[in-house]
Design a protein around this ligand. Structure first.
Ligand SMILES: Cc1cc2nc3c(=O)[nH]c(=O)nc-3n(C[C@H](O)[C@H](O)[C@H](O)COP(=O)(O)O)c2cc1C
Length: 546
């Protein structure tokens, strides 16, 4: 990319970011009402495509919850449809249906802002005893793969040679309209958070199968669109998918060149005949030009090498959970209300939540190869036994420590509070009201045990390449997924908070420019269950024949 184009892209991304801040006197622009007649279908389908019905797991893997985050070997499952289907079920499948009189809705293993689910998953799978290889769209409602293209028989051998093991690709894409329908211009951010959540969900499910997973950086977004056939798909206006990220899932550690992808491997698929067209999601859609411009500015040019992360923290033993990893993955839900009478959590569980957020370059989920960690946690600690209430920082990349100190309020004390964690008390005090106010006045941010903002090293990261804007949200979304699961593991519950007032949070931190920006918030506490809701099993709606 030329210097001028890069400068323009950067300006566009910065403009998008500023315009989509929620301010006390003006929320980010949205339709301002719910256009129910045009609510997008949360399930994309390609009705003309042939389908591969996926088996459900007969038995969940029995890995203990702590095993999700460590490097101990997990038995490597063979790459057969049963196990690939298991990975899909435990990452992108449905987790339950909820029902109240007059309304029923589904929930998924991967969370999504407003339960709108803009993320689609695409699977490029080799032949196995039950099906020919191909490019497939996953339809979570029916738990089927929709075949969009066949795979040339020579492809898997090329992959094996390139990556050094058997494996397959999984790609994620976004349908911005699904999210913009409700949230307007801020929706592009939420779509990126959701990608981060989905990436972590995929990484954890791959771990349960004993497989490795890594991002394939060496493909530009235009080539990814071609590989997935998006450039040759008759999308309904305003409903096109934006290719976001490609991952390799292998039975062994990928060779060091895993990041790049030879042109021949892309052309293999991009040359195949495509089947089917998508069913429409809405009757009418409202365009959001600011989102389109941001997406264009964030498109990754050809094959860019990502600097590898060198960040490492001493490996700590996480407090044990009574649940297996698969149980926690299936139980994960968002809290809608916290019980202030049971608000205190143990220091051990608080530290366990934070430990799992530290980036280890050889432990899931941060071994995906997203690059140098850029996101830190600024926490409002309300009710943690043996920890003073106050404002804290968890510094996830020690190289940023001095810069963070220099950019925050000079009165912050930066007192280390734990031997095992880079956690610092900044200022003691009751932050419940502030946390609630910052989170668009949502009680859950003040009533839980703690809430937090995910603060990214912003300006310097974007200056290296505008598309890294999206990666900052992915990193934050991955942290969100870790927090969701860790909360559940300890009998607590979390909720991602996309609705927060940006600059007022920066004022609390002391940021006077955009060297650091808060991109995503989160809260954890003891949930109050809504007794009015009935829960139904995730696939009760499918007949035995599917
Ligand atoms: C990026 C993101 C932002 C979210 N923002 C909020 C929020 O501001 N307030 C809230 O109550 N829930 C929020 N949620 C929770 C979602 O509404 C919830 O994930 C969705 O309804 C699906 O429910 P589940 O998480 O129980 O599967 C957010 C979730 C995500 C992933």
């Amino acid at each position: 990319m030329g210097k001028d184009a890069a400068r323009k892209g950067l300006d566009q991304v910065l403009l998008y970011h500023e315009q989509t801040k929620h301010r006390f006197d003006r929320p980010a622009r949205s339709a301002g009402y719910m256009d129910w007649a045009n609510q997008p279908d949360p399930f994309r389908s390609f009705p003309e495509c042939s389908q591969v019905r996926l088996p459900f797991l007969a038995q969940d893997p029995d890995l203990p919850m702590e095993g999700l985050f460590n490097a101990a070997p997990v038995p490597t499952q063979p790459l057969v449809l049963t196990h690939i289907a298991g990975m899909i079920e435990l990452s992108m499948g449905l987790s339950a249906w909820k029902k109240i009189p007059g309304s029923t809705w589904s929930l998924r293993i991967n969370p999504s802002s407003g339960n709108l689910h803009p993320t689609e998953s695409w699977w490029v799978l080799p032949e196995n005893q039950l099906m020919h290889g191909g490019l497939f769209h996953y339809n979570p409602y029916r738990h089927v793969l929709e075949r969009r293209a066949d795979l040339p028989p020579s492809s898997p051998a090329r992959w094996r040679q390139h990556f050094g093991s058997d494996g397959f690709f999984v790609a994620l894409s976004s349908i911005f309209w699904r999210e913009a329908w409700k949230y307007g211009e801020r929706a592009f951010r939420y779509c990126q958070h959701d990608i981060g959540h989905a990436l972590a969900a995929l990484r954890f499910a791959a771990r349960l199968m004993g497989w490795r997973m890594s991002l394939v950086h060496g493909i530009g977004d235009e080539d990814l669109q071609r590989l997935l056939g998006f450039d040759r798909t008759a999308w309904h206006p305003g409903e096109a998918e934006e290719a976001e990220v490609l991952c390799w899932v292998g039975t062994a550690e990928a060779k060091p060149n895993r990041g790049c992808l030879p042109a021949a491997m892309i052309d293999d698929l991009a040359g195949q005949e495509l089947h089917g067209r998508p069913a429409p999601l809405s009757r009418n859609r409202r365009p959001w030009p600011l989102i389109e411009a941001a997406a264009a500015a964030c498109r990754k040019p050809q094959a860019v090498a990502e600097p590898a992360s060198r960040t490492e923290f001493p490996a700590a033993v996480l407090p044990a959970s009574p649940y297996t990893a698969a149980q926690v993955i299936r139980r994960r839900r968002s809290a809608v209300d916290f019980d202030v009478r049971r608000s205190h959590i143990s220091r051990k569980h608080f530290m366990g939540c934070l430990q799992a957020c530290l980036p280890h370059c050889n432990r899931p989920p941060f071994d995906l190869g997203l690059g140098v960690p850029q996101v830190h946690l600024f926490l409002f600690v309300h009710y943690v036994v043996d920890l003073e209430p106050g404002f804290y920082a968890l510094v996830r990349n020690p190289e940023h420590f001095q810069e963070l100190q220099a950019c925050t309020h000079p009165q912050f004390v930066w007192r280390a509070v734990d031997e095992q964690l880079p956690l610092y008390l900044l200022e003691a005090g009751d932050g419940r009201e502030a946390a609630k106010l910052i989170s668009c006045n949502q009680d859950i941010a003040g009533d839980g045990a703690f809430s937090l903002g995910m603060v990214a090293r912003f300006q310097a990261t974007l200056q290296t390449a505008p598309y890294r804007y999206k990666q900052l949200f992915w990193e934050a979304g991955m942290i969100g997924q870790v927090l969701y699961l860790q909360a559940e593991a300890y009998g607590l519950r979390g909720t991602g908070i996309g609705c927060f007032f940006d600059d007022p949070m920066h004022d609390i931190c002391g940021f006077s420019d955009n060297r650091f920006q808060s991109l995503y918030h989160f809260t954890i506490g003891s949930p109050i269950e809504d007794e009015r809701l009935t829960t139904l099993p995730p696939y009760h709606h499918l007949s035995p024949e599917g």
